[in-house]
Write a protein that binds this ligand. Structure first.
Ligand code: 5AD
Ligand code: SF4
Length: 468
């Protein structure tokens, strides 16, 4: 009997994740679904019995990667076949959802194609798959049942930080965005299910949870008795879980920042003082063309109110340059907004026309060369702000959640409250604990510090004992 189990556990699955944190979460849950079927994780294509590409469709480049990766996988599948192994090749995620037909046409050796709402049905799909046939199993429906009701308990692995998906899909229909089409309508998980998953993660050693949703602050989960709960109330309840030291959430829409969420930022110490609040543009005409449904000043006001509630709150954001119709003046307004807000970090992208979205159909596309120029100057400004923010940390003490070893022997790397990677020297036993670190220097993408000895931080280990 034992030997049967061991043999069954020998199967290896490679899950390659592209795109956003939601995909990272989904990939982890796919691994949870596959574990009872005997699939253990592997990092290499060589020797894998199954490979899943969990794909992203948000920008053109992200989609293209799938097809180039599939070429490599095909060669490996052929090599495996020569050894008598039928490798199962699966394409999951948003490209699968949006371009299932194209995948089947361009890559007929793909065995499974399934969207982000269908992966709880992986066991049935695998059973139906025939890797030697040329008929992939396709599941890109938006099922009536929620996948969350069918997923097994999450496994935290050996980490101290985890993602928890609380909301999915989007009803905002920004002009440029494929998410409402690939992830479907907005859906919030019930409060009880979220709390259960959070408690399970904390009981497995997780001390930081990032709540995920495409539009996470639109969260309105069914509560117990008293109607729907907003995100602020959910965060307050999660903060009561013993052992949960840090709560974060992403990604937010400025329109859905409500009073309760703002006051939660002021009142819940576990809620980290760092917020990803995409604005996309600082120009009112562009924001209107983007269907963002707020002005640049509305955004400034939301930021001001959040900062009044929590003065040490720092912001990150997303920007798109070269949305159809964006003029030099519009772009200048974006730079002005960036200067006004002062970001700790940000992502910026050239507008990329996505099939089926309203912006892709307009004729006023901005030339590529202008997009590149604008992206460069925006990134220069954002980079300077990020460096200044990191340098301003020098001399402060930060609670650092220690995540991994550094590249150098004896070096550890963790995350401070503002998500910066903090490098410092310390003993291995500090891994997965909260440590008080004095920041010595800030760089473009990280901080360097040293452990503060003799001080313990809430939920952390007294350092004088921890130091070897
Ligand atoms: N082109 C460029 N950037 C995009 N994003 C979303 N859609 C597009 C697109 N079509 C960016 C937005 C969003 C982030 C996740 O990706 O800034 O907030
Ligand atoms: Fe896309 Fe806009 Fe929804 Fe964000 S709010 S997921 S950008 S449609």
């Amino acid at each position: 009997m034992d030997s049967v189990v061991v043999a069954a556990l020998k199967k290896k699955v490679l899950i390659k994740t592209y795109g956003c944190q939601m995909n990272v979460y989904d990939s982890a849950r796919m691994a949870d679904v596959l574990a009872p079927l005997g699939y253990g994780p592997t990092d290499t294509l060589d020797g894998a019995d199954m490979v899943i590409l969990n794909t992203c469709h948000i920008r053109e480049k992200a989609s293209e990667k799938v097809f180039s990766e599939l070429g490599r996988i095909r060669a490996e599948k052929n090599r495996a076949r020569e050894r008598g192994v039928e490798m199962i090749v699966a394409v999951a995620g948003c490209v699968a959802q949006a371009e299932g037909e194209e995948i089947m046409a361009r890559a007929p050796y793909v065995d499974l194609v399934f969207g982000p709402q269908a992966y709880h049905r992986l066991p049935e799909m695998i059973a139906a798959a025939d890797p030697s046939a040329r008929h992939p199993v396709v599941d890109t429906e938006f099922p009536v049942e929620s996948k969350f009701d069918f997923l097994p308990e999450p496994s935290a692995g050996s980490n101290c930080s985890a993602f928890l998906s609380v909301q999915e899909g989007c009803d905002k229909f920004c002009s440029f965005c494929v998410v409402p089409y690939t992830r479907g309508a907005e859906y919030s998980r019930p409060v009880a299910a979220v709390l259960r998953e959070a408690r399970s993660l904390v009981s497995q050693g997780i001390s930081e949870i990032t709540l995920l949703g495409q539009n996470v602050n639109a969260y309105h989960g069914e509560g117990s008795g008293s109607g729907d709960w907003g995100l602020g109330r959910l965060i307050r309840e999660l903060a009561e879980i013993d052992g949960l030291d840090r709560i974060r959430y992403m990604t937010s829409h400025p329109l859905d920042v409500d009073d309760d969420l703002i006051s939660a930022h002021g009142e819940v110490p576990a809620l980290m003082p760092y917020l990803h609040l995409p604005v996309q543009s600082g120009s009112d005409p562009v924001l209107s063309a983007m269907n963002r449904r707020h002005t640049a000043d509305d955004y400034r006001r939301v930021v001001d109110r959040l900062r009044s509630a929590r003065p040490d709150l720092a912001f990150s954001s997303d920007f798109i340059v070269g949305h159809p119709g964006e003029s030099d003046q519009d772009f200048a307004d974006t730079l002005r907004l960036v200067s006004d807000i002062g970001y700790a970090q940000a992502y910026s992208f050239k507008y990329s026309a996505r099939p089926g979205t309203p912006a892709a159909q307009t004729t006023e596309q901005v030339p590529e060369a202008i997009k590149s120029e604008r992206l460069q100057s925006l990134q220069q400004l954002l980079g300077a702000q990020q460096l200044a923010f990191n340098q301003s940390a020098a001399g402060t003490n930060q609670d650092v959640l220690v995540e991994r070893h550094g590249n150098r022997a004896g070096q550890l790397v963790g995350r401070g409250p503002y998500m910066q990677a903090v490098h410092f020297d310390g003993p291995e036993r500090l891994l997965n604990t909260l440590v008080d670190v004095k920041i010595l220097e800030g760089f473009a993408n990280s901080l360097a510090g040293e452990v503060v000895t003799g001080v313990s931080v809430p939920g952390g280990e007294p350092i004088e004992r921890a130091i070897a």
